[in-house]
Design a binder for this molecule. Structure first.
Ligand SMILES: Nc1ncnc2c1ncn2[C@@H]1O[C@H](COP(=O)(O)OP(=O)(O)OP(=O)(O)O)[C@@H](O)[C@H]1O
Length: 366
């Protein structure tokens, strides 16, 4: 994850709307992004994230609202006049040009002096650690190396704002993970402000200092990766990010310092007050790794439920259990595999008790 940056609006997106005919692809979004931030727009296909990115680049014009970069209103400015550069998923490297020529391309087009171009290309090659491969053509590079050339080419013009469109979509999983960290290091070294678009939540969590979760053209939640994961504010966000157990229930005790919520299979006891009222129907979210398993019933009567192991997924470091509860509902539990001895680990058909702490839950009212 990128380091958080000081507050302040280097990029201000102010009540931006984009309509295609009578369809609203981006619906009144506002956001301040600080200088040096790596910000991710995250959402599933069709949520409007690319349209917003394209408006930042100048490929689309907002129907209404303003985009202000470093104090300058970008309205009416074509893409080539904006201090903004976009790196596309396909990289769009020129196959017949060398790595160095690909990086120099935009600088030559802008008519920079030869010596300046040479110096910048050298600087960029060093930055992405491709100095030795400067004379190669794109087809002689690995996917990760091509991706770094594309990044070097985007940064060579020293944009104030770097836009990344699904930056690592073309790489396989293992290479993607390594490249995510590499990319963050390079972007942080240069200090450029960055907005990226992705539908891959792990990519957003790994790379961004903050994330906006988008759905139907709107921001559902904006926050750090940890904020969004630990304290989702809506059912949609809780469900979209990571694995979660969502259970409907009713508030039966509502005190300032504790709350009880009755669900079909168990009673939640929550060790703090919530914004809600007695009798209110709510959804309670509990992440699987916040739940423990034991063979015996734990003491007390809250935050616990018996179940039968119906499914298991072994991931090496953890195992994900699916328990079937009395009502037929399923509960997901992640257990860390911290012992090599698996003889005591629950297995298919076992009756076990699931239990969790009174601060494990997030209560959602929308
Ligand atoms: N030029 C256009 N004309 C009409 N509708 C459009 C146009 N561009 C985008 N849309 C619509 O706007 C909505 C948002 O599109 P957008 O490309 O921003 O989504 P996205 O979240 O980036 O999806 P994906 O991940 O699939 O690219 C979609 O329903 C799309 O069909």
């Amino acid at each position: 994850m990128a380091k958080p940056q000081a507050d302040g609006a280097f990029l201000r997106i102010d009540s931006v709307v984009k309509e295609f005919g009578d369809f609203r692809a981006v619906d009144q979004v506002s956001l301040d992004i600080a200088k040096g931030e790596i910000f991710a727009l995250l959402g599933s296909s069709g949520c409007g994230k690319s349209t917003l990115l394209r408006m930042l680049a100048g490929f689309e014009t907002p129907t209404s609202g303003r985009i202000i970069l470093n104090g300058q209103d970008l309205a009416g400015k074509p893409p080539y006049e904006r201090p903004v550069n976009m790196m596309f998923q396909s990289y769009a490297l020129f196959p017949h040009m060398t790595v160095a020529d690909n990086i120099a391309f935009g600088l030559r087009r802008d008519g920079l002096p030869k010596a300046e171009i040479a110096q910048r290309v050298e600087e960029m090659l060093r930055l992405v650690q491709l100095t030795k491969l400067a004379a190669r053509k794109p087809h002689q590079l690995s996917g990760g190396q091509q991706q770094r050339v594309a990044l070097a080419r985007s940064l060579a013009k020293r944009p104030q704002l770097l836009l990344l469109d699904e930056p690592l979509g073309a790489l396989d999983k293992k290479l993607r993970e390594a490249t995510q960290i590499e990319l963050v290091n390079i972007i942080e070294q240069v200090g450029v402000t960055c907005v990226m678009v992705t539908h891959d939540q792990e990519e957003a969590m790994t790379m961004a200092s903050r994330i906006a979760v988008m759905s139907e053209g709107r921001f559902l939640q904006v926050g750090s990766p940890a904020d969004i994961y630990e304290t989702p504010t809506t059912r949609f966000v809780a469900d979209f990010i990571g694995n979660v157990n969502l259970t409907d229930g009713r508030i039966v005790v509502d005190e300032a310092d504790h709350v009880q919520i009755e669900c079909a299979d168990f009673m939640h006891h929550i060790g703090h007050g919530i914004t809600g009222y007695l009798g209110q129907q709510v959804t309670v979210a509990v992440r699987p790794e916040k739940i423990s398993l034991s063979a015996e019933q734990p003491a007390g009567r809250f935050n616990q439920v018996p179940g039968t192991v119906k499914e298991m997924s072994y991931f090496g470091d953890t195992t994900l259990y699916h328990l079937e509860l009395a009502s037929g509902a399923r509960l997901k539990v992640t257990v860390e595999n911290d012992s090599r001895d698996r003889s005591n680990a629950p297995t298919w058909g076992d009756r076990v008790w699931a239990h969790w702490q009174p601060n494990a839950q997030v209560v959602l009212t929308q």
